[in-house]
Design a binder for this molecule. Structure first.
Ligand code: KG4
Ligand code: ZN
Length: 321
């Protein structure tokens, strides 16, 4: 966050350089914390895609090298499947009933999948433009809040009136389970252009390591109302399509995962909504990108003996289902 924050988003070249710098000490540290040695490992799992190709290449090259040197099997994992398994991992005591609907909401994804027995997936709907997390990040950037925008807007939204600004919900032609967030982003841009916010935006940009109290000091009520209304609209869009998907496939569970799943407003809305099936979220620490979810998805493949060979390559646009 420190590296990318000042540019208002992830810079691919910096991301792969940071991966290169961090990967060896991070893996060493993880082994130490787990009190494990290389000989204790059954396999090495690595993300093969989707994602930034430079970062994927660093992980894949390192994973292959360990496998070659230690004579371990290699397992390739889809990043999105990892997000779904973050939830399954935590419910091992009370397994989640399938079929399930999985709503994966992150900076790069807003996808609805049917999860069937044996972990096969069918795409039910996806965003046609921006991902929900991307909309959070763009709105935050536009208004002078830092990067990533999601956690900041999430913390400020309870200080505003969620009904103050009326945004129209996206009405999708064709697949009714698809999402669109670009209209909402444009509506926020128009709202901003109709007012002179230069001074408050500048005041926010000047803040160094701000606390919530600092943000509140330089953010008038009207802007807090906008943030609250924006968040309410995003949550409504996500919830209503998740509910329709669950109904359509007769889901026995709803899984919500990805960075945006750590949103407190979304969690509260999902718990109080009258879903016909139980709703599962990962603990916030496992909602955003992490390695445990990749290991969890790989575990199923390990049991099946679904190993990759050293021809495994990075696939920036890898799809699930
Ligand atoms: O899953 P993730 O860590 O990385 C991707 O695979 O994209 O998700 C990051 C995204 C960012 O867009 C960030 O703004 C958003 O998740 N995010 C949130 C919250 N925490 C992270 N969005 C809304 N509310 C949050 N609390
Ligand atoms: Zn992710």
């Amino acid at each position: 966050m420190e590296t990318h924050g000042k540019y208002g988003g992830v810079v691919p070249e910096l991301a792969s350089r940071e991966h290169l710098r961090a990967i060896v000490p991070v893996v060493r540290n993880a082994l130490e914390i787990a009190c494990a040695r290389w000989n204790d490992l059954a396999a090495v799992a690595v993300t093969e895609g989707p994602g930034l190709v430079g970062s994927l290449l660093v992980g894949i090259t390192y994973a292959k090298s360990i496998c070659l040197a230690r004579n371990l099997p290699l397992i390739g994992v889809n990043h999105v499947e990892g997000h779904i398994h973050a939830v399954i991992l935590e419910s091992s005591a009370n397994p989640i009933e399938l079929p399930a609907v999985a709503l994966v909401v992150s900076g790069g994804h807003t996808h609805l999948f049917e999860v069937r027995e044996g972990f096969s997936y069918r795409l039910l709907g996806k965003t046609r433009d921006d991902a929900a997390g991307e909309a959070y990040d763009k709105v935050a950037k536009l208004l002078g809040f830092g990067y990533p925008g999601g956690p900041i807007i999430d913390k400020l939204a309870p200080h505003g009136n969620p009904r103050a600004v009326k945004f129209t919900l996206a009405n999708m032609k064709g697949n009714k389970l698809d999402f669109s967030f670009s209209g909402l982003k444009t509506a926020v841009l128009r709202w901003t252009e109709e007012r002179d916010l230069t001074r408050e935006i500048e005041a926010r940009r000047m803040l160094q390591n701000p606390s919530i109290a600092d943000w509140l000091r330089v953010t008038p009520k009207t802007t807090l109302d906008l943030l609250a209304s924006f968040q309410r609209t995003v949550i409504e869009e996500l919830m209503r399509r998740a509910a329709s998907s669950a109904e359509e496939i007769g889901a026995k569970s709803l899984i919500v995962s990805g960075g945006v799943a750590s949103n407190a407003g979304l969690r509260a809305a999902a718990q109080s909504a009258n879903f016909a099936c139980p709703v599962y979220f990962p603990t916030p620490g496992l909602s955003t990108d992490n390695a445990a979810m990749i290991a969890a998805a790989a575990f199923v493949k390990l049991r099946r003996g679904a190993f990759a060979d050293l021809t495994l390559r990075a696939q920036a646009n890898l799809t699930l289902a």
